[in-house]
Design a protein around this ligand. Structure first.
Ligand code: PGA
Length: 255
């Protein structure tokens, strides 16, 4: 299976011209035809421009656009929100759901994340569902299982099977105080807990599980080198052009 590499730009860069430079860097790299799947998730404000860029460049053949969030439903009036239908109409294929910054810094409960996940599926988007414990302490496995159960509540195996999962331990996200990357072995342990639970509860034996949290050019090989790590979700390094090009180059070498 080709690995999946996801760029989560978060609320960066601050100017459209810088966003265009980043898109160009991705296009230049992807021109040669790579053996991994690339998903770029810019902030909402750049999505329309990114969609135009994609449609007139080879990126549309080698990469996909993702959003970082969506409105909880398409029918209510929700000031400031962007609906999944709008995203779909723009050509966005993926959407990040339940990122830890939305859960813990912006107060999204499991119930809200669950509803957004259902909306994303109804709107025909592929959810990238973020799961991760806040600290790696005894019993973290149960915290992960509970988060998975609440996040996927009410969905059947068919719906769960359409999702990608990003295991993102909150303590490893680069912008959190004292953050340090997980190591591939311990990430795999947590990912195993997620996979086993999904298999047991929803009967889904095959689901892509990616790692995210302080991925950088120095450690990316270790993560992508593991057969059972299906890809990476990269935040900070995805908007640093040099780091990102190094990460893409290493991803291209990894089978
Ligand atoms: P990071 O962010 O790579 O900067 O740790 C990952 C994420 O928050 O998705």
């Amino acid at each position: 299976m080709p690995k999946i590499v996801i760029a989560n730009w978060k609320n960066k860069p601050q100017a459209l011209v810088e966003a265009e430079e980043l898109l160009e860097a991705n296009e230049n790299f992807m021109e040669t035809g790579k053996n991994f799947g690339l998903v770029i998730c810019p902030p909402f404000i750049y999505l329309e421009e990114a969609a135009k860029f994609f449609s007139t460049s080879r990126l549309s053949q080698t990469a996909s656009l993702g959003a970082q969030d969506l409105a909880i439903d398409d029918k209510s009036s929700l000031t400031g929100e962007v609906s999944g239908a709008m995203l779909n109409n723009l050509g966005v294929r993926y959407v990040i759901i339940g990122h830890s910054e939305r859960r813990w810094k912006l107060g999204e409960s499991d119930a809200v994340v669950n509803q957004k996940l259902k909306t994303a599926l109804a709107d025909g988007l592929i959810p990238i569902v973020c799961i991760g414990e806040q600290s790696r302490e005894d019993g973290f496995e149960n915290i992960i299982r509970e988060q998975v159960a609440n996040t996927f509540a009410g969905l059947d195996g068919q719906a769960v099977g359409k999702c990608l999962i990003a295991y993102e331990p909150v303590w490893a996200i680069s912008t959190n105080p004292g953050a340090r990357p997980d190591n591939p072995e311990s990430a795999l342990e947590a990912m195993g807990v997620i996979r086993d639970f999904i298999k047991e509860k929803y009967g889904v034996g095959e689901i892509s599980v990616l790692y995210g949290g302080s991925v950088n050019p120095a450690n990316v090989r270790g993560f992508l080198g593991k057969e059972k790590i299906d890809g990476i979700l990269v935040g900070g390094a995805s908007v640093k052009k040099e780091d990102w090009e190094k990460i893409l180059a290493i991803a291209a070498e990894t089978e």
